[in-house]
Design a binder for this molecule. Structure first.
Ligand code: ZN
Length: 445
């Protein structure tokens, strides 16, 4: 395996620094990390240790790594296998049978492929919903890749004949498996790996499971990651079962709080928005996925106006079909303007969503999401000398509207350089590519 740079001090030298700090400062000079933490932002840094790494950031914007608060790294081998479908069909005919067929070898290939794509594209932290089984393999692959990941096994205990037998689980078994994973992985890799309970969505879970997740998550101090109000068919299932909508159901069962991140939230009433805001729950907006599955357009300006913290995510490869944080950022900035006007989600606001908003959704806003002394060294440098980014009138504009994930030059997570000069140092990309192709061919044979 190629070794990531593990020098005690890393200096990102000579870029334009987009801090995303409370003053929205843009600075010049160095960003320095020591022992994994940021020790200086701006100005010239003189290394203190004998062994240190300097990465050249001339011509780059240096900023906090993107945080994607809703992805499914386990689904990556199904890229291109489920195009042009709506959510419930997409789940029942392709994604659930695919997930049921995943074994450890296939999952490892899927997660390595996802993490390589994410890191090379400037995403340093994720909230990841795995599948029902083999979640240890997901954690192990994420650990090797060097990404910061909060992962949870998908929970699916509803007596629904549409759920393949390979995924359907007993309530107690689902809770016990989650508890074992928390013991093993929550806080592992020096805190880089964390656990989140991941009841897939209300229709795939019993009331008992959902209620128990609400209790256990609070007791154990871990987060909850779920989907809600993505699709009108899904909402009809919830209404038929409870006589009310998703957000009210999640609240009644004790799942809503500032430790909760809900993907999509497209079809919400004003009452549901007020409830989310009152509970401090986070919403993850996934614009590509919502468009491709024809789910609808999340009313993000209304969520923001209601005081809800919004993050961004690519969702999974079969509904996107990339895990490109910059693509989601640009789409989020554009998508709401025809309805809400050109000033809806201006560049700084959407860049903040993609960084600090994601950090808040992961419960890590005090550790990542901005470049400030004392935070962890999750830092990216993106080349803005490309023809499609010059001339650069404003770094906010460059990041929101012009830059692409392929412009990423360097990436560090927790002060360790994992991508340098566009090359991944933690996983061997030719091997990741080969394994992904082989495993996908085997699964879809
Ligand atoms: Zn999802």
């Amino acid at each position: 395996m190629i070794e990531a740079a593990r020098d005690d001090e890393v200096v990102f030298r000579g870029g334009t620094i987009l801090t995303i700090d409370p003053q929205h400062r843009v600075l010049a000079g160095d960003v320095a990390c020591a022992g994994g933490a940021i020790v200086q932002v701006g100005g010239d840094y003189t290394p203190k240790a004998r062994d240190y790494t300097v990465v050249d950031c001339a011509g780059c914007i240096v900023m906090p790594g993107l945080v994607q608060a809703h992805v499914h790294t386990c689904q990556t081998l199904a890229r291109g296998r489920a195009d042009d479908m709506e959510l419930l069909d997409w789940l029942r005919t392709v994604v659930w049978p695919y997930e049921a067929a995943l074994d450890e070898a296939a999952l490892t290939a899927a997660v390595e492929l996802a993490c390589a794509e994410l890191l090379l594209g400037g995403t340093t932290a994720i909230l990841d919903m795995a599948t029902v089984h083999h979640t240890d393999a997901v954690f192990a692959a994420a650990e090797r890749s060097g990404i910061r990941a909060t992962i949870g096994k998908a929970m699916m205990d509803a007596p629904d004949p549409q759920i393949p037998p390979g995924l359907r689980e007993a309530t107690r078994a689902s809770l016990d498996a989650s508890a074992r994973l928390i013991d093993r992985w929550h806080g592992a890799a020096a805190g880089r790996l964390r656990y989140a309970y991941a009841p897939r969505f209300v229709p795939s879970c019993t009331d008992e499971l959902l209620r128990e997740v609400g209790v256990e998550a609070r007791a154990r101090g871990v987060r909850i990651h779920t989907h809600a109000s993505e699709n009108l068919g899904e909402i009809a299932l919830v209404r038929a079962r409870f006589g009310k909508d998703n957000i009210a159901v999640l609240d009644e069962l004790g799942l809503l709080g500032d430790h909760t991140c809900i993907a999509h939230c497209i079809h919400l009433s004003a009452d549901e928005r007020r409830l989310l805001a009152a509970r401090g729950a986070h919403v993850c907006h996934c614009p590509s996925s919502n468009l491709k599955l024809a789910s609808g357009i999340c009313q993000v300006p209304e969520l923001v106006a209601a005081g809800i913290s919004v993050a961004l995510g690519a969702d999974g490869a079969p509904c996107n079909n990339n895990l490109d944080g910059f693509h989601e950022l640009r789409l989020a900035a554009l998508l709401h303007k025809p309805r809400s006007g050109p000033r809806a989600l201006p560049a700084p606001e959407v860049v903040k969503m993609a960084t600090l908003g994601g950090a808040a959704a992961l419960g890590l806003a005090d550790q990542i999401g901005s470049l400030e002394v004392g935070k962890r060294g999750d830092v990216i440098a993106i080349d803005i000398t490309t023809l499609h980014t010059i001339p650069t009138a404003s770094p906010w504009s460059a990041i929101a509207y012009a830059a692409r994930s392929c412009d990423i030059r360097h990436v560090a997570v927790d002060g360790t350089v994992v991508v340098r000069d566009g090359a991944l140092h933690t996983l061997e990309v030719p091997r990741v590519r080969e394994r992904a192709r082989t495993q996908a061919a085997r699964l879809f044979r």
